[in-house]
Design a protein around this ligand. Structure first.
Ligand SMILES: NC(=O)c1ccc[n+]([C@@H]2O[C@H](COP(=O)([O-])OP(=O)(O)OC[C@H]3O[C@@H](n4cnc5c(N)ncnc54)[C@H](OP(=O)(O)O)[C@@H]3O)[C@@H](O)[C@H]2O)c1
Length: 628
């Protein structure tokens, strides 16, 4: 049961708007503002040597027994026993203070409060259901009225991002969609060295470049329009004249823009993810309510990590419960708030809205292409690759060699439990889900996980990284890594004059370590198939991850190739080469063994210039061919 809507004082961006602190002894809300930091994992662990040791032992036991449940139950029992022992000491000595001291000594943490999400509404479940059914019915009627060729007009935010580019690319081929309006902010280009502003690209200039890089030209390019806007501003910062036009024509809004940064401050994450979401929802409400509006529904792109840390329990698609083990970062937390705002807009304002929740998105399932994305999983993979190259290119001086060897060893140690499972989903599958939702009224009101049922374990990741990059990543126990290894490594790296690397390692370890620990949530899936009608066979995660490694090594050169035009050129060459390999071998590229793959690639592509050696035929997308 969630807590009721706010009763205590809240500031504009206070978590108290969404979360209540409940006393375990009285069951009542404890007044007072909630500090965002209280809601993160790091605020609740590593405070006591006993607890650090217990976490370490637990992760070893999980490894040995292969049963997270048994270990969790065991840990709870030990914790309870230690608590009882402390109370016994208290009663024997007749001293409360003694009991407290003993608890402290044994690392027993008394939970006096828990956090709960507030209910998005005062309405009963029956009333909510009735409202939602009406929203679905209305959407179905509006969609039906558009006939077999619905000629959709879709506004997209975040078109210049990782998912956004794939949206544009798939939309170009989607006959149901007649017009796309992308809301884009101007971009300041800076000198890479001095960081001084060199020029400012207008949204239209950014859009033209984007289409060129995505090879969307001719008649297909006419589908797209780029308008200036900023999601952090009311009405998405769109000019009034444009706004009036859009309200008369839009059938959908896909709100995809966000700040996907795992180490950003609460304030920044809140502005981009919650305010941005509120502005997009209000924009859609205005569209839906405009007279004669053809508006069908809003699609909110969220993340399945709004469920935070749930330690191996199922994160249900429909339910949002405050996670027992808190959130990894402010990104996850603010995306959860955005999801609550979306519920509120649906129930209170009657907005027709679908919520889609991708897990961790990686490059294309077949090619690994990611259009230059270097975030999330790409960051550690690129760091491993670069550390390996640095060690191979070390000078001949023994001292130099030793130094680089030491750095590579340190860089290749990564916090993670071998059994931890990651939920990776390729970008093509995610965007197929987003576009499917446009013509599925049943998606309204549902939360739909765009995730996988074939999760990949840390030890498989390590094996594939070893095979593909030749890097021997050693998984370090996350608790020991945080509390012992990282401080030592940082000191050592600073001592050998590598402060930048020390900081980078610290950042990688603290940002991504949380996702490699045991007890990751299991994101329930099913609605992607049942509601959206996506194929039941989800992409092979091992294959997709292998292609991510190969792509980042050859195409992206571990993040060194940054120029967007060059990335686009290389990805085209790559795609052609992979097609040719599949044609020649009769195998899916990801199934070709590593050494053979390299040989085949070398026959077709000059690794120095990344240009084709001969003529590689580019199989153009179907629509492009039919227009030729
Ligand atoms: N990547 C993942 O693994 C993942 C996983 C689950 C869910 N998601 C969700 O998927 C969505 C897209 O993620 P992504 O990986 O594509 O992110 P991304 O590559 O970082 O792109 C973010 C996009 O949002 C735009 N944006 C940010 N702030 C804006 C503002 N104030 N006004 C206008 N545009 C703004 C950016 O525009 P600029 O180019 O101007 O910066 C960019 O187009 C997000 O909602 C994210 O939470 C992503």
């Amino acid at each position: 049961m969630r807590a009721r809507p706010p009763t205590t004082e809240t500031t504009d961006d206070s978590p108290s708007r969404y979360i209540a602190r409940i006393s375990l002894s009285t069951g009542k809300e404890v007044p007072g503002l909630i500090d965002p930091d209280e809601l993160l994992v790091h605020a609740h662990r590593d405070h006591h040597p006993v607890e650090v040791m217990a976490q370490f032992v637990a992760s070893r036991l999980v490894h040995l027994t292969q049963s997270e449940d048994a270990v969790r139950v065991g840990l709870k029992k030990i914790h309870r026993l230690a608590g009882k022992l402390a109370e016994r000491v208290g009663s024997v000595t007749g001293s409360e203070a003694m009991a407290r001291q003993t608890k402290k000594l044994l690392g027993v943490v008394d939970r006096r409060v828990v956090f709960r999400f507030r209910e998005p509404t005062h309405l009963s479940e029956k009333e909510v259901r009735a409202r939602v059914e009406k929203l679905e019915r209305d959407a179905r009627t509006l969609l039906k009225a558009r006939g077999r060729n619905p000629r959709l007009h879709v506004l997209v935010t975040g078109a210049t991002g990782f998912l956004g580019k794939e949206i544009l690319s798939q939309v170009a081929e989607d006959r149901r969609i007649e017009q796309v309006v992308a809301v884009v902010r101007p971009e300041t280009i800076r000198d890479p060295k001095t960081k001084e502003a060199v020029k400012v690209l207008s949204p239209q200039e950014r859009g033209a470049l984007l289409l060129e890089r995505l090879r969307i030209g001719g008649a297909r390019a006419k589908k797209f329009r780029f308008v200036e806007g900023d999601i952090e501003k009311p009405s998405l910062g769109i000019a009034p004249g444009e706004l009036a036009r859009l309200r008369k024509t839009l059938t959908h809004v896909v709100h995809c823009a966000a700040s996907v940064s795992f180490d950003d401050t609460y304030g920044n994450s809140y502005r981009a993810n919650v305010l941005g979401c509120l502005n997009a929802l209000n924009f859609s409400v205005a569209c839906q309510e405009a007279e004669g509006s053809p508006f069908i529904h809003h699609v909110a792109i969220e993340t399945s990590y709004i469920h935070g840390r749930k330690k191996a329990s199922i994160a249900q698609e429909g339910a949002l419960v405050f996670p027992r083990h808190f959130y990894n970062n402010f990104y996850e937390l603010t995306k959860a708030f955005a999801s609550i705002e979306t519920d509120r807009a649906m129930i209170a304002k009657g907005l027709r809205v679908a919520q889609l929740l991708p897990s961790i998105v990686i490059g294309n399932s077949r090619t690994g292409n990611n259009r230059g994305d270097t975030k999330v999983v790409n960051a550690p993979i690129n760091a491993f690759g670069r550390a390996k190259e640095a060690s191979e290119n070390a000078g001949d001086e023994p001292l130099d060699k030793a130094r680089v060897w030491m750095i590579a060893r340190m860089a290749n140690s990564f916090p993670g439990d071998p059994t931890a499972e990651l939920n990776l989903v390729p970008v093509d599958r995610v965007v197929a889900g987003i576009l499917a939702a446009l013509t599925v009224p049943e998606a309204i009101s549902a939360r739909i996980h765009l995730a996988t049922d074939n999760r990949i374990r840390s030890d498989d990741i390590v094996r594939i990284v070893r095979e593909e990059l030749g890097v021997n990543v050693r998984l370090a126990d996350p608790t020991l890594y945080r509390n012992v290894t990282l401080p030592i490594v940082k000191t050592a790296l600073n001592a050998v004059g590598e402060p930048k690397l020390a900081n980078a390692l610290q950042k990688l370890g603290t940002i991504f370590g949380g996702y490699g620990e045991w007890g990751q949530p299991i994101h329930e899936i099913g609605n992607d198939v049942k509601i959206l009608g996506l194929p039941i066979r989800r992409p092979n995660t091992e294959h997709a991850f292998r292609m991510l490694c190969r792509h980042n090594k050859y195409v992206q050169e571990f993040g060194r190739v940054r120029d967007a035009d060059e990335v686009a050129r290389r990805e085209r060459v790559w795609e052609k080469a992979l097609e040719e390999m599949e044609r020649r071998t009769g195998h899916e590229v990801a199934a070709i063994p590593t050494a053979r793959f390299r040989e085949l690639l070398a026959e077709q592509v000059d690794f120095k210039t990344f240009r084709p050696r001969g003529r590689l035929r580019y199989a153009r997308p179907r629509a492009e061919r039919s227009q030729a």
